[in-house]
Design a protein around this ligand. Structure first.
Ligand SMILES: [Zn+2]
Length: 550
C-alpha cells in the first residue's frame, strides 16, 4: 500500500476517523472505500473540515462540491462530518435545509449535536471555534464555524457519550502526559470543552491539529456510584489533516463496544484525568453533574438512578422541550444557565412587550430544572435540595431586578403544576402590578377560578421542595415588592385525578387578572424569532447585575 496508514489497523477495527479533509473529499472517499472493502467498517467520522476554506465559483473545488451534493461522488460508508474551522459551502447548506444528508451516506453532525448511530454509539459533537464576540452573531448561524459557551454548556446535559468530537481542544489536556507535541500552531484550548470530558466521560475524544498528530495516554476518571465504582477511560486523539506535508497520521481506526463495561482498575499506561471541571474552582461538588439525567422519554415518576446494565435510551429530537440536551429546544430563549436549573423566556408570553412600561419586555420567565423529572419531589434528595434552592434563587434574583427597575411598582407571581404525569417540572414567573398584590386580588383570582371549576380549596401553606407531598398539587408564590426579594406568600391546591386539572390554569388566572384575555392561549402570542431575541436581550440587560450564574 502506498499509504503509510494501512499498517495501523487492529484486526477488530470497526470504525474509522479522519482529520481535516479540506476539500479533498474525492480522494479521501476513494481511500475510505478501499479500506472499507477490507475492513467492513460500521461508519466513518470526519473530525475536521470536510470542505476547503473558501470556494472560487468557477474552481474545481466548487465543481466537486456540486458533484457531491448531486450524488455523483460515491460515499462508500455512513460518514458523519463535523464542523471545523471553515463554513459549509452554500450549496451544502442549502441541501441540508431540505434533506437530512448531503448525499447518500453523508451526514452533517452540526455545530452542537447529540446523536446515536444505528450501532447504538452515542456521539456528542461541538464544532467550530468559541465565538469570542457573540454580538457579531456568527454563532447563531448553524453552518458558520462558531459556537458559544452556552452551546457547550447545553451539551453537558447529554450526561454521557461514547464519542466526543470537538474542533478545539480541552484546556489542560496535556497535563500529566509524557507524549511530545510540537505543532506549527497550538490548538485553541477551552475550559468548556474540558468540562465536557469530565462530565460526559467519552470513550474516545477526537479533535484535529493541523499538520500534527497527537495521541495522549488514555486517562481514567475517578470511580463513583454512578460508574458502578469502575474506571471510565477516555482516549484523546487529535488527527492531522489529509495530505499534510509532515506525513503525520490523518486516519485512525478504532473499535468501540458501547455496552462494554469499564475496567475495574486504571489500565496500564493510563494517567489520572488531566482536566478539571470549571465549577470546582467555585467549590461546587463534582458529583452533582452526574445527576444531569437525560431520560429516554418515559413519562411519569422515575428514579434517576440507573440500574446496572439498563440502557439509557436514545436521545431523539422531539422528546422533551425542557431538556437542555434536546437539540430542538429554542436555545435563543435561554437567558441564564445555573448549576441545577436554567432560565428561559416563555414562548408566546402572556404579557406583550409594553404590558409593563417600566420594563419594556414581557418578563414572563420559566425556571426549569436540568433534571428530566415530573416533579421536584421525585428527585433524589441532594439534587432536589440543590434544584429547589436554585429555583428560589432565580425567583429572588428576578424580584431584585424588578425592584431595581421599577422600585415597588411590580411584584411577582410564580406558579408550578406539580403533577406526576407531566414530563418535566418547571416554574413560571410573571411580574404583576403591586396594587393587585396588596389588595389581595392575585390570591382572590386563583381561589375564584378554582372555585368556579369546583376544584379543591387553596391553602395558605408552604410545601418547600414538595418532598412531603403525597398528591399532585398546584402552587402559587406571591411576592409583594414592599417586602425583601426573598419573601413569598405561598398558596397550595392539592388535587387528584378526580378533577380534570389543566396545565394552563396559572396562565388562565393571570390572563383574566391582567385583562389579557385575548392572550390566554400562548399560540396566539407568537413572536418572530427576531422579536423573541430582542425580548431575551432586554431581559438579560436588566437581569445582568442579578444573574448569579453569569
Ligand atoms: Zn426533560
Amino acid at each position: 500500500m502506498q499509504y503509510n496508514v494501512s499498517v495501523l489497523y487492529p484486526s477488530d477495527a470497526r470504525s474509522v476517523v479522519v482529520g481535516g479533509v479540506n476539500g479533498q473529499f474525492k480522494t479521501v472517499f476513494q481511500k475510505l472505500g478501499a479500506l472499507h472493502a477490507k475492513n467492513n467498517f460500521a461508519f466513518a467520522i470526519v473530525a475536521g473540515d470536510l470542505f476547503a476554506a473558501s470556494l472560487e465559483a468557477e474552481s474545481t473545488d466548487a465543481a466537486d462540491v456540486q458533484a457531491l451534493v448531486d450524488g455523483s461522488i460515491d460515499v462508500p460508508l455512513p460518514t458523519y462530518f463535523a464542523l471545523g474551522n471553515h463554513p459549509l459551502p452554500p450549496a451544502v447548506g442549502q441541501k441540508l435545509e431540505s434533506e437530512d444528508e448531503v448525499c447518500h451516506n453523508l451526514f452533517f453532525l452540526g455545530k452542537r449535536t447529540t446523536m446515536k448511530t444505528s450501532e447504538g454509539i452515542r456521539i456528542v459533537a461541538l464544532g467550530g471555534q468559541l465565538d469570542q464576540n457573540i454580538i457579531a452573531g456568527q454563532s447563531k448561524d448553524k453552518y458558520l464555524p462558531f459556537y458559544t459557551e452556552t452551546d457547550a454548556k447545553i451539551l453537558r446535559g447529554a450526561t454521557t457519550a461514547d464519542i466526543l468530537i470537538t474542533n478545539e481542544w480541552p484546556e489542560g489536556i496535556q497535563k500529566r502526559s509524557k507524549v511530545e507535541f510540537n505543532p506549527e500552531a497550538q490548538p485553541s484550548m477551552r475550559q468548556c470543552i474540558a468540562d465536557l470530558d469530565v462530565i460526559l466521560k467519552p470513550r474516545y475524544h477526537f479533535s484535529t491539529s493541523g499538520n500534527t498528530f497527537y495521541e495522549r495516554e488514555p486517562f481514567f476518571h475517578q470511580p463513583s456510584d454512578d460508574t458502578d465504582n469502575l474506571y471510565p477511560v477516555t482516549r484523546f486523539i487529535s488527527l492531522a489533516s489529509f495530505g499534510n506535508p509532515n506525513k503525520q497520521k490523518w486516519i485512525y481506526a478504532f473499535s468501540l463496544e458501547p455496552s462494554a463495561s469499564h475496567p475495574v482498575s486504571p489500565p496500564t499506561g493510563s494517567t489520572a484525568c488531566p482536566v478539571t471541571l470549571s465549577e470546582k474552582k467555585r467549590g461546587a461538588p463534582e458529583h452533582r453533574e452526574q445527576h444531569l439525567v437525560y431520560d429516554d422519554g418515559s413519562r411519569g415518576r422515575r428514579g434517576n438512578k440507573r440500574r446496572k446494565g439498563e440502557s439509557r435510551g436514545p436521545i431523539t429530537a422531539s422528546e422533551c422541550f425542557f431538556c437542555l440536551a434536546n437539540e430542538n429546544i429554542a436555545t435563543h430563549l435561554v437567558a441564564s444557565i445555573g448549576e441545577n436549573s436554567y432560565l428561559t423566556t416563555a414562548k408566546g408570553p402572556l404579557p406583550a412587550s409594553q404590558t409593563y412600561p417600566k420594563l419594556g419586555f414581557p418578563s414572563h420567565m420559566l425556571i426549569i430544572p436540568f433534571s428530566h423529572q415530573a416533579t421536584l419531589g421525585s428527585m433524589e434528595e441532594e439534587e432536589r435540595h440543590a434544584t429547589y434552592a436554585e429555583m428560589q434563587r432565580y425567583r429572588r434574583a428576578m424580584n431584585s431586578m424588578l425592584k431595581s427597575v421599577a422600585d415597588t411598582e411590580y411584584g411577582s407571581v410564580t406558579w408550578e403544576a406539580s403533577k406526576s404525569s407531566l414530563p418535566h417540572t418547571h416554574w413560571q414567573y410573571l411580574p404583576v402590578s403591586a396594587d393587585l398584590i396588596s389588595k389581595g386580588l392575585v390570591e382572590a383570582a386563583f381561589k375564584a377560578l378554582a372555585e368556579n371549576l369546583h376544584w379543591p380549596k387553596f391553602e395558605k401553606e408552604d410545601v418547600g421542595d414538595g418532598f412531603e407531598e403525597t398528591s399532585d398539587f398546584f402552587r402559587v408564590l406571591v411576592w409583594n415588592p414592599k417586602d425583601d426579594p426573598d419573601k413569598q406568600t405561598s398558596y397550595v391546591m392539592r388535587f387528584d385525578e378526580k378533577i380534570r386539572f389543566h396545565n394552563q390554569f396559572g396562565r388562565e388566572v393571570l390572563a383574566k387578572l391582567l385583562r389579557l384575555d385575548n392572550r390566554v392561549d400562548w399560540k396566539n402570542c407568537g413572536q418572530t424569532q427576531a422579536q423573541e431575541e430582542q425580548d431575551v436581550e432586554k431581559f438579560k440587560e436588566a437581569f445582568k447585575n442579578f444573574d448569579f450564574a453569569a
